[in-house]
Design a binder for this molecule. Sequence first.
Ligand code: G3P
Ligand code: CA
Length: 276
Amino acid sequence: MSKKLVLGAGIVISLLLSPLSQVSADELTGGERKQVDNVAHRGAAGYAPENTIAGFDLAVDMKADYIEIDLQRSKDGELVLIHDTTVDRTTDGTGKVGDLTYEQLKSLDAGSWKGEKFAGEPIPTFEEILDRYYGKVGILIELKAPQLYPGIEEQVAEVLKERNLDKPQNEKIIIQSFNFESMKKMDKLLPKVPIGVLTSNHADTTTDSLEEFSNYADWFNPNYGNVTEELVHQVHTLDMKIGSWTVRSQEAADFLFEMEVDAIISDYPDYVDPRN
Ligand code: G3P
Ligand code: CA
C-alpha cells in the first residue's frame, strides 16, 4: 500500500492557499525567501574533516538545521561514520572499512588530511553521534553502500528504537540512501521515520520513477544538476520533499533557493544561512 495518500482536492486547495504559491521565485529574495533546511554535508565538510566530531560541532555552531552523516559497518559489527568504502582518502590507514575491526578503525587519524589542527580526530560511532547530537540538531543518516553490510537496516532500526527515535520526531531524524531496496526495507522497519532516496541519475526523475519512490519515500534528494522548477513541483505534488546536494558555491545555493527546494545539503552552511 502506498505510504502517501493519493493527492486529493484538499492538498490542491492548501497549495493554492499557501502564501508561497502566490509569489514568484524572483520575489523570494532576502527576508522573504522560502524557509529551507540547512543541512551540513558530512559536517561542515568545507571547513573541517568530514564525518568527524570537529565537523559536526562546527555545523552546530554554524546553526545548521541538520548534520548529514555517512554510515557503514566495521568487520566486527560496529556502526561507524565514514564516506568512502575504504579508509585510504580520509585517514592515515589503508583498507576496506568492512575489513577492519572497530579497534583498528578507532586508532586511525581521520583529521590530519584536512589540516594539522585536526590531527587525531577519530572515526566516530553512530551511537556516539546520536547521543551527542540528538536534540541539538537534526540528523540526516545516509546508509552508504548498504549492500556491503547485510542486515545493516535492522541494526540501524534497533539502535534508533533503543533510543525511542523510531517515533515521529518532527523529521529530526531522516534516513536516506542511493540504494532504493535498502530504503524500502528501512521504511518497513521504521514506518514513522522519514525516508529519502538519493540519486544523481536523470532517469530517476521521470514521473513513473517519482511515483514509485513516493510509495515509500518522504524525500527525493537529487544532485543539483538535476533540479528544475518542474521537478520540484512534481515532487511536491507527490507529497514528498526535495533536498539537493552538494552545494560548494554561493551560486549553487542561490540556484536552489530559486528552485524552492526544501533542503540544501552543503559543505558550507554559511552559503545557506548567511548569519555565519
Ligand atoms: O546527502 C547527499 C550526499 O551526501 C550524497 O552524496 O557522495 O556525498 O554521500 P555523497
Ligand atoms: Ca552522504
